[in-house]
Write a protein that binds this ligand. Structure first.
Ligand code: HEM
Length: 428
């Protein structure tokens, strides 16, 4: 066993400058890892936080499930609510996960596929008939929201749009300072939360007649072993909208950006997808573009998630003193797994976007865009399905080009997305 070492620290106390740097500097974690090693502590607005990177520290953390629990910043905790499984631990987290997981089983995904395919066909038609360039990133947001609102909750048209506008208000305050001064984003978000929960409870009171997947929950509620009220279930649905929309939209927008700005990668991918059928039949849709049938597409998705992970980091809190990569981390510390830095740490060429690396035998990267352990993302299979269907559908049906003279750089918060929205038009 190696010699244990004390936790290195930046020495920050109030954490005001650290928090500003965190939001402004994409190299925040990297520069501190370079100086202090793979595990270090700092303060962010008075909250002490331990950052970790590298396979050893991350696997040490996730393998000690009895010594850690879930954690989210106060703003997220309050906006998601105390029933939300994201804010629960132990048996009450497990029971809710079991219930919500019903919505993402393979038979559920098969049921959602036809509607996802028609959302993609509708988008392709909209792009084809547009008189002016359209922001593709915005279209990806709409799409990712619609997938959950339509396929899972069974909402269409006006009902879906009303939910979308309140949801945008709610999302804006997720990573803000949680003080509800009148007129502040946080106060507006709390009001939007009330309206959203009211609407979600109305939807829940009539799920059997809806076209979504909520009837799938009915069978599992009794097995949960705890009474799940409508308030409780409403908060789980709110979590799904939060967790599944910005993240998937970010992955899709970053992927489109790479393809449209790097024609050699588009050509390489098209060699594979030009021979795939579109649309897939409902019983084939969940499998037909899988890594076995479409390895280049799989490599591209992996590289996008490595290079610009939609969730830059995920959190745990220690319940005991634990050892991470030979560093002693005391009890009651918030630990952030720093995915952005971790994904570029190690071998030399990780600062280059190169999907082909995932097809090479020696590639041994252990990527965790969906987190890990007992809290690994519940919507991983749905997200991967949406992304694969969108790429094949759109690129089989259209040739797109970007409008020059726009800012292609990525804003990072809450998830990476092209600053000017990735304006595109269909090639003549
Ligand atoms: C590319 C898209 C997505 C990415 C990158 C992503 C990533 C993540 C990450 C990093 C976590 C934290 C895991 C952890 O703490 O170990 C998470 C949790 C979660 N995600 Fe996703 N996610 C995506 C899409 C979705 C979708 C589509 C849904 C559902 C509609 C979803 C539902 C959830 C839920 C419910 C949790 C909380 C799990 C728990 O606390 O037990 N996610 N996701």
């Amino acid at each position: 066993m190696n010699k244990l070492r004390p936790l290195p620290t930046t020495g920050a106390r109030t954490g005001i400058l650290e928090a500003l740097a965190f939001f402004r500097d994409p190299n925040f974690a990297k520069s501190r890892f370079d100086r202090l090693g793979n595990v270090f502590e700092t303060s962010m607005l008075g909250q002490s936080m331990v950052f970790i990177q590298g396979e050893k520290a991350i696997s040490d953390l996730l393998s000690q499930s009895e010594a850690i629990e879930g954690w989210w910043p106060a703003s997220v905790q309050q906006l998601l609510g105390s029933h939300s499984l994201a804010n629960r631990n132990g048996p009450s987290h497990k029971a809710r996960r079991r219930v919500v997981a019903q919505l993402f089983s393979s038979s559920a995904l098969q049921r959602y596929s036809p509607r996802i395919i028609s959302l993609i066909d509708e988008l392709a038609d909209e792009l084809k008939t547009a008189q002016a360039p359209l922001p593709l990133a915005e279209k990806m947001r709409r799409f990712a929201f619609s997938v959950i609102a339509t396929t899972v909750l069974g909402l269409e048209g006006n009902d879906r749009d009303k939910l979308f506008s309140d949801f945008e208000i709610w999302t804006k305050a997720l990573f803000s300072i949680p003080i509800a001064l009148p007129g502040s984003p946080f106060a507006k978000a709390l009001k939007a939360r009330k309206r959203l929960l009211k609407r979600l409870q109305e939807i829940l009171s009539n799920p059997i007649n809806s076209k979504g997947g909520l009837d799938l929950l009915a069978g599992s509620l009794d097995e949960a072993g705890i009474p799940l009220t409508d308030q409780d279930l409403g908060e789980q649905l709110l979590l799904l909208l939060f967790a599944g929309y910005e993240t998937t939209a970010s992955a899709l927008s970053c992927l489109m950006r790479e393809l449209l700005l790097k024609p050699q990668i588009e050509t390489w991918l098209r060699e594979e997808i030009d021979i795939l059928d579109w649309p897939p039949t409902p019983d084939q849709a969940t499998m037909v573009y899988s890594p076995i049938n479409a390895p280049r597409l799989d490599a591209l998705v992996k590289e996008v998630m490595r290079f610009n992970p939609p969730v830059g980091g995920f959190f745990r809190r220690t319940k005991k003193t634990i050892i991470l990569d030979d560093i002693v981390v005391p009890n009651n510390r918030v630990v952030q797994v720093a995915l952005i830095a971790s994904n570029r740490h190690g071998i030399v060429d990780l600062d280059i976007f190169r999907p082909q690396r995932h097809l090479e035998n020696e590639c041994s990267l252990n990527l965790m865009p969906f987190g890990g352990g007992e809290r690994v993302c519940l919507g991983k299979s749905l997200a991967e399905l949406e992304i694969r269907l969108m790429v094949v559908g759109l690129f089989r049906k259209l040739k797109l080009e970007v409008i020059p003279d726009q800012d292609f750089s990525l804003r990072q918060i809450p998830s990476p997305s092209p600053r000017d929205g990735l304006l595109v038009k269909v090639k003549d």
